[in-house]
Design a protein around this ligand. Structure first.
Ligand code: NDP
Ligand code: HSE
Length: 432
């Protein structure tokens, strides 16, 4: 058992986030003890490879590769998990909870997939799970939903919630850097996941949206149920055309409550230049929340990187230490209304941008207009952009009025089949 007033911390992971957490616990020990009302004593660190050279010097004997030394140690009363991935981490957390340890985690994958069952187990074992760092890095988001906005019915969440893709899109749009080079920069900066396709293909954003939608809308949303598109198909020319039309291209995560149903989707979108989400640069995240009482709330901050994420992790630890001292247990953040269902993607309404490569000859626009008309999609603007005399093609950019996703997708497919259309290289929804 830990001596009274001391919280013995077992840390799982000493990478980008873990090394910042450990540094804070070691270097600011006294200040954190004053804020927590007791010592936060880092007493074991679990890693995969203890022989790996580390930038941070930790006291000898702390590092191990044996999970039992941490999970079976009765003196450890809180496990801080910053390792990432599903298994074996989910099992580690389950074991920790079953042996009466509290948990602080930055792992959105585990919380999105297994949060409800882990929280239920934690309730039975009378321990807490804190996961502020799982969504939005250093931005106080979970606590905002959990406490400050709990009087509201949340109506809409619109977010830039993946730092890597925001960084990559920004470098491509503003500096003309190619996709692979921009991604390599994000990896070097420590924003990207161990497998960066998790970021690029939008999986990471679906985990975070699943957590926010579950808490915000009280709907049980699994990440696999969220409509998802990544950023790999976005080409340089789309940034140029989008800017000419007054938009920035961002990977957005959107959740809305509509007549007892919930709409959840992650995809690239044209965001109007004047919207706060269009201004979000680099690895910053921003979450725009609309509640029925509070109106609109915008939370912005560093959504990735070791230091901002450690800020949320260590903040959770201090919170936990205080609630242990007061003998209060945190209530589960997930409580679901079984009546709430998800809106099928075909029924989602949005405006859209299409880039269409066509044969540069008469009748093309009429053929495209007929497809849109037959699908009940109304055109908002149509501009002929670049033209290539050598192969007799031209590029048309069409924006539409709001239409169902089903109709927009059918229009795209049918246009692709016209003999006057060479290809439809871009179909990007417009965020409003
Ligand atoms: P890293 O890949 O930099 O570090 C992972 C650490 O965990 C390493 O020290 C690794 O050990 C250890 N580890 C991995 N698997 C195991 C295992 N099975 N058993 C024991 N140790 C293990 O990851 P990050 O620090 O970037 O991310 C950690 C978590 O934080 C993830 O869940 C991530 O999604 C989340 N997160 C990350 C953010 C970021 O900007 N990086 C922001 C917000 C959340 P070893 O060093 O020996 O390889
Ligand atoms: N890979 C994630 C991102 C880290 O880029 O946002 C923060 O969760």
């Amino acid at each position: 058992m830990a001596p009274p007033g001391v919280l013995n911390v077992g840390l799982i992971g000493l990478g980008t986030v873990g090394s910042q957490v450990a540094a804070r616990l070691i270097e600011r020990r006294d200040a954190l003890a004053r804020r927590s009302g007791g010592e936060l004593n880092l007493c074991r660190i679990l890693v995969r490879d203890p022989a790996k050279p580390r930038a941070l010097e930790v006291p000898p004997g702390l590092i191990t590769a044996d999970p039992d030394l941490l999970l079976d140690d009765p003196a450890i009363n809180v496990v801080v998990e910053v390792a990432g991935g599903d298994e074996p981490v989910r099992t580690f957390l389950e074991r920790a909870i079953k042996s009466g340890k509290h948990v602080v985690t930055a792992n959105k994958l585990v919380m999105a997939r297994h949060g409800p069952s882990l929280l239920e187990l934690a309730g039975e074992m009378n321990v807490d799970i804190h996961f502020e760092a799982a969504v939005g890095g250093g931005i106080p988001l979970i606590s905002t939903f959990r406490t400050d906005l709990q009087a509201n019915d949340i109506e809409r969440i619109g977010a830039i919630i993946n730092g890597t893709t925001n960084y990559v899109l920004g470098r491509m749009a503003t500096d003309g850097i190619d996709f692979q080079a921009a991604l390599a920069e994000a990896q070097a900066a420590g924003f990207a996941e161990a497998d960066p396709t998790d970021d690029i293909d939008g999986h990471d954003a679906t985990y975070k949206l699943a957590i926010m939608a579950s808490i915000g809308f009280g709907a049980r949303v699994a990440p696999e149920e969220i409509y998802r598109e990544g950023i790999a198909g976005i080409q340089q020319v789309d940034f140029r055309y989008a800017r000419e039309l007054g938009y920035e291209i961002k990977l957005v995560a959107i959740g809305s409550r509509l007549d007892g149903r919930v709409e959840v989707r992650v995809h690239p979108a044209l965001v109007p230049g004047g919207h706060p989400l269009a201004q979000v640069q680099g690895a910053y995240n921003a979450v725009f929340i609309e509640g029925d009482l509070v109106g609109q709330v915008l939370l912005v901050g560093e959504g990735a990187g070791g230091r901002p994420t450690a800020s949320a992790v260590v903040g959770d630890l201090i919170d936990l230490a205080r609630s242990i001292r007061r003998g209060v247990q945190l209530r589960s953040a997930f409580s679901f209304d079984p009546e709430v269902t998800l809106v099928p993607m075909d029924d989602v309404i949005s405006r859209a941008y299409f880039r269409i490569r066509v044969a540069d000859r008469p009748g093309v626009i009429a053929a495209i207009g007929t497809v849109f008309a037959e699908e009940q999609v109304s055109i908002s603007s149509l501009i002929q952009k670049d033209q290539w005399v050598a192969d007799g093609t031209a590029e048309l950019v069409v924006t539409t009025h709001p239409a169902s996703n089903g109709a927009l997708e059918r229009s795209r497919l049918r246009m692709g089949d016209l003999d006057t259309v060479r290809s439809v290289p871009a179909f990007i929804r417009i965020f409003e």
